[in-house]
Write a protein that binds this ligand. Structure first.
Ligand code: PGA
Length: 259
């Protein structure tokens, strides 16, 4: 596949962690360091309750802010849900959709992920679409089939025309999330290349070469360089290791050209 320079994208998914005070302290410290990282895009995804304070701390920095989920409807009688419109209002530029924890623990189906993804786009948020197979699916030889199905469910019909930076994809093998097990850089690269081929089918050549595909699943400072050096791995979606600023930044550093 044609070589193309894609700017590395390093995203921290905090999941259900950090108080507002902790989020503020992290983001303030991150803002002061962010200038060193002019070779990559940085993003944090705090809990809903910390979005506003994180936005405040990150003011005038290039660090992007994401929510970890959204609902597909814009407003109405949907107790407990938060819409893409409200995330935009809270200062988010991105939103994670289809994370495996949402799929597995909260029973989100491909169809739910599709509606969330396009609701995000309706409000000009950039969805970070997570796809990935379980261990059972991988052992059954179905990893590609599952990942390509999850992608097709969202992208096979596009209600709007997309630009390269309107979408981010994250390949996160479920068995590697929070387990300390990482896909080998070779296996991850192979899946990323397959994802790119599927992107070409759904979205065309220009987009498929420009859209960033992140790897997620136990990314740590000591395995980041190997993963990020693969041609189709354009960044990382980091859970556990993103909670500590030093380890988050060490992973970002591993995305530097020739690191
Ligand atoms: P992990 O989580 O880095 O803790 O494995 C990654 C993710 O779920 O996005």
């Amino acid at each position: 596949m044609t070589e193309i320079q894609r700017r590395p994208f390093i995203a921290g998914n905090w999941k259900l962690n950090k108080t507002q005070a902790e989020a503020f302290a992290f983001c303030e410290a991150l803002k002061h360091k962010a200038g060193e990282f002019d070779y990559c895009d940085l993003l944090v995804a705090p809990t809903f309750t910390s979005l506003a304070i994180a936005r405040e701390a990150l003011k005038k920095s290039a660090v992007a802010l994401a929510a970890q989920n959204c609902y597909a409807k814009d407003d109405g009688a949907y107790t407990g849900e938060v819409s893409a419109a409200l995330l935009l209002d809270a200062g988010c530029s991105h939103v994670i959709v289809g994370h495996s924890e949402r799929r597995q623990l909260f029973f989100e189906r491909d169809e739910d992920v599709r509606t969330k993804f396009w609701a995000a786009r309706r409000h000009r948020l950039v969805p970070i679409l997570c796809v990935g197979e379980t261990l059972q699916e991988r052992e059954a030889g179905d990893a590609s089939k599952v990942v390509l199905r999850q992608l097709a469910a969202v992208l096979s019909e596009c209600p709007e025309s997309l630009e390269v930076n309107d979408v981010v994809i994250a390949y996160e093998p479920v068995w590697a999330i929070g387990t300390g097990k990482t896909a080998s850089p070779e296996d991850a690269e192979q899946m990323h290349a397959e994802i790119r081929t599927a992107l070409e089918k759904h979205l065309g050549k220009t987009l498929c070469f420009g859209i960033r595909v992140l790897y997620g699943g136990s990314v740590k400072p000591d395995n980041a360089t190997q993963l990020l050096s693969k041609p189709n791995i354009d960044g990382a979606l980091i859970g556990g290791a993103s909670l500590d600023l030093d380890s988050f930044l060490a992973i970002a550093r591993a995305s530097a050209p020739c690191s």
